[in-house]
Design a protein around this ligand. Sequence first.
Ligand SMILES: [Cu+2]
Length: 496
Amino acid sequence: MAGVLRPPPERAIGHFRHGAVSRDHQPVIADVPPPAEGASLVEPTVTAPDPMGPPPESIDQVDAATALSRRGFLRVAGIAGLTGVAATVAACTAAAAPQWSFGAAAPSLAPTVAPPSVAPSAPPASVAPSAPPASAAPSGSPAASLPPGWSEHDAAAQTVVRRYVGNLAPALKGIYGDAAFEKILGYLGPVPYPELTLAPAFVQVPQLNLTDALTPLTPETDGEWTVFRLTIDEIEQKIDELKPTVAALGFNKQTPGPTIRVKEGAKVRVIFTNNLKETTAVHFHGVEFEDFFMDGVPFVTQPPFAPGESYTYEFTASRPGSMMYHSHHNATDQVGRGLLGAFVVDPKSPTEVDTFDREYIWISNDVLGGFTINGHGFPAVLPVLAAVGEKVRIRYMNEGIMYHPFHSHGYRQQIVARDGYPLGVAAYGADTVTVGPGERWDVNMVAERPGLWAYHCHILPHVEGADGMFGMVNVFMVVPKKADVDTIVKALTASA
Ligand SMILES: [Cu+2]
């Protein structure tokens, strides 16, 4: 019998604890209702035609001031590169952006978005058209007309971020304020564009790991033993919402597998059932085994176990820290295809560094489906979300075959443990933390300044290509108040 996900713990570690993925691994927060047909996202001005109705030329005219502002901002911020989503909310000049309404179009966002208001008039139509037609074709399609100086790369790069923000965009108005929202619209717009009606890319795919990090497998108890049961399965993994699924392997039909979490000193029994068509074995990476026959290495410590067979590992979680579990047989292929997961041992006596408000597990892989964080590539990577004043723990775990220097724009990462071993007084700050294959690095970040801060591997081919950002890109989404986190989570899980 497979283990089940238990209800979320009381402590607010991380987010998307509630039903981001259904038990059968279907995303259940992806069906936030799109705007009703013809619903207005832009409040028309007295001088502009209905932006939902007119031909693209008119939309361009309506939003010319916004677009001009965007170009100015692009020059300042270099948005064609990786800084696009890192722009702080106070980074550029104000623009006269269209006002938004949402109403029935996005009811889940209603609590955070101000009521429609009349926008300042757009500038006269003599301003040159400056942005791709918003409603003529999906964003990213070769545009008939690009803004001056733009290439198709620019339009595609913009589209990726539009997919990331999706219909969450209106909520940003209530969270970051009108002025910041107008700036954001200045470079995402002109509105409307197709992605405004869609859930963010990261909620259109199952988000298993971060959910499970917060709701780890529920163990059974057998006397002094804490018992977990997992299956090993062939699965189909969706790297992002647009790509076809790829053949993968998973524990309990997911990759990364469910987080296995125990307290330091626990006696752990894990029973794996092999549903593959090939043999396998599982290694708990980082555990200091007393009995080396529990180490999970075929022909060194055990035979591989065959299709249909189960195999049991027993050990004491003798030290705390961030660890992993993964196949250790035909591992280049099996781990590469996703047979991996997080194993976290919480300390018996937490120190100050082990006390935090939110927690994220960040497992990188670079074999299955390209460059991924928790089984997905940008824009389908779940953001790291926190409110100002909160302390966030990131547990990096590299299950891939390459090094990845994860760079946090605007933020210090306090490195508190390597491979689960606490650094103590040797803890130090960095804004780029390189995580090698097999390594785990625990960092804490204190959310001090609100903003949308890019947070990504800095080996650039792992994060950006001809079509804009992809792969190992994340966003540290710092919102002013804890209630804003709840608002976002509520919006994204409205139908859960
Ligand atoms: Cu990388």
